[in-house]
Design a binder for this molecule. Structure first.
Ligand SMILES: Nc1ncnc2c1ncn2[C@@H]1O[C@H](COP(=O)(O)OP(=O)(O)OP(=O)(O)O)[C@@H](O)[C@H]1O
Ligand SMILES: [Mg+2]
Length: 223
């Protein structure tokens, strides 16, 4: 696969056009995340939102690319076990992934897939399970998070919207931080507060909010 072809066709602006204002915004987000916790560096981070289609997956994927470009070893983990999209963003198959690891009783190697970005690998969802929250809340999931941390500097988790299902909240308790993605002009204030309350109730560490799709003349994405 030619790298140039991948980047010119990629939906990921951090990869396609690293000098764009949007890519710059992702770099600022990366820096803000690094500085959000100076005493204990954040090693595991989850993104969620209040409603579907607010740009969680796209934001997280661009952030992952940006972190890998800063020479961090990054693993992106698809924990949206309802509508997984990360494999499509990176043009990779999804026959095996998170759910295959959870079902496999042997300590087999993780089906991590390299992406077109050096240092960035992807654990896709695998076949979709009947009860995602049970799986994400299981002991096996806890062990998997620890195992992924051994293999990367930063592990990033994509999830469904937090107010629709409990998947994100269940997982958030086990990770270092949570980013909430809000969509400019769309996310309702009361829903944003509700999402924040839900996350704080389970004692998740909400490190900040990303305002996606803010109206700026030169950029299509802003934090
Ligand atoms: N800043 C943006 N500018 C333009 N398009 C965007 C932006 N953010 C997201 N989109 C588009 O909006 C759609 C939804 O984005 P994405 O899949 O990232 O949202 P999501 O919150 O992960 O959705 P879901 O709730 O289904 O997981 C996609 O088609 C994506 O390309
Ligand atoms: Mg998504």
């Amino acid at each position: 696969m030619s790298t140039n072809e991948t980047s010119s066709a990629s939906p990921l602006i951090a990869l396609r056009d690293p000098r764009s204002p949007a890519a710059e915004a992702y770099r600022t987000l990366r820096t803000n995340i690094q500085f959000s916790s100076l005493d204990k560096p954040l090693r595991t981070l989850l993104v969620t939102s209040t409603a579907p289609d607010e740009g969680k997956s796209l934001t997280l994927a661009n952030l992952a690319v940006t972190m890998a470009q800063a020479e961090q070893r990054v693993i992106l983990v698809e924990c949206d076990l309802r509508r997984p999209t990360l494999h499509t963003l990176f043009g990779l198959p999804n026959e095996e992934g998170l759910t295959s690891v959870m079902l496999d009783q042997r300590e087999a190697s993780l089906p991590l897939q390299p992406t077109s970005v050096a240092g960035l690998s992807l654990l896709t969802s695998g076949p979709l399970p009947p009860r995602p929250a049970d799986l994400l809340g299981s002991r096996r999931m806890e062990a998997l998070v620890a195992r992924l941390q051994d293999e990367a500097d930063m592990v990033l988790f994509d999830t469904p919207p937090v107010t629709a299902v409990t998947d994100a909240a269940v997982l958030a308790t086990r990770l270092d931080g949570v980013l909430l993605v809000l969509k400019a002009g769309k996310t309702r204030r009361d829903r944003a507060r509700e999402a924040r309350r839900m996350l704080e109730k389970v004692k998740a560490n909400v490190i900040g909010v990303v305002l996606n799709n803010a109206r700026l003349e030169t950029t299509y994405g802003y934090y």
